[in-house]
Design a protein around this ligand. Structure first.
Ligand code: PGA
Length: 250
């Protein structure tokens, strides 16, 4: 049995002062878990988060990075800049970035490769919209996102990648996929990776579920055979709720 990887995605929430309060409260609450704990915080909170979590079991991630090392890309951050701060993980291709900021499978791939080259661990998000699920296109969409979004990611590199299956209809909506829906979709996703990289690599790959996971439903979701963890938005903003998810399956 793999341990679970539980990652908080704070999105555009928490000032530095608020981040300090949340992290300080969280540290003792998750200190004794066998699971991996990651918090993905806004760029402006990264320094504070790295400093506060030094010597603890909490790992720090960013929520995006660019594919170039430097240059005329106003508003973007290079992977090496994150690495220099002590950041370990980076969320890539979140559905909010795909929807609001023009992220495509091609840019997801470019950002993922750049993150890997900088020795960061990408948390790559995939998932179908409600319309895609209802029109029977879920498998087609997930297949495309994986084929195009991981096109030249090698098997060796894939060992440093976490995949987050996040059905768009479940993100921030309070509507969670059922345990079975989450598990079935993740099994499907794992099957595509198995086809491309072999069963062993696919079995070792961590695939999280994300979308309205909370302290009430985490236990059931994390108990499913293929759900290797969670990417948690709203519920990661409250230390006690996030800690309860971290401890939900140990
Ligand atoms: P949610 O967000 O838990 O608030 O639905 C999950 C995510 O977007 O990663």
């Amino acid at each position: 049995m793999k341990n679970k990887i539980i990652a908080g995605n704070w999105k555009m929430n928490k000032t530095r002062a608020e981040a300090e309060a949340l992290i300080t409260e969280l540290i003792p609450l998750v200190a004794d878990t066998p699971n991996t704990v990651i918090i993905c915080v806004p760029f402006t909170d990264l320094c504070k988060a790295v400093k506060l979590t030094r010597g603890t079991n909490i790992h720090v991630g960013a929520q995006n990075c660019h594919w170039k090392e430097s240059g005329a890309f106003t508003g973007e951050i290079a992977p090496s800049m994150l690495k220099e701060l002590g950041v370990e993980y980076v969320v890539i291709g979140h559905s909010e970035r795909r929807t609001y900021f023009g992220e495509t499978d091609a840019t997801v791939l470019a950002r993922t490769k750049a993150a890997l080259n900088a020795d960061l661990k990408p948390i790559v998000c995939i998932g179908e919209t409600l319309a895609e699920r209802q029109s029977g296109k879920m498998e087609e969409v997930l297949t495309r996102q994986i084929i195009e979004g991981f096109e030249d990611v090698t098997a060796e590199e894939l060992q440093r990648v976490i995949v987050a299956y996040e059905p768009v209809w479940a993100i921030g909506t309070g509507v969670t996929a059922t345990d079975e829906q989450a598990n079935d979709a993740i099994k499907f996703v794992r099957g595509i990776f198995a086809r491309n990289y072999g069963q062993d690599v696919a079995d070792a790959l961590y695939i999280q579920y994300g979308g309205s996971m909370n302290d009430g439903n985490a236990k059931g979701l994390l108990a499913m055979s293929d759900v290797d963890g969670g990417l948690i938005g709203g519920a990661s903003l409250v230390a006690t709720k996030f800690a309860a998810i971290v401890h939900a399956h140990e």
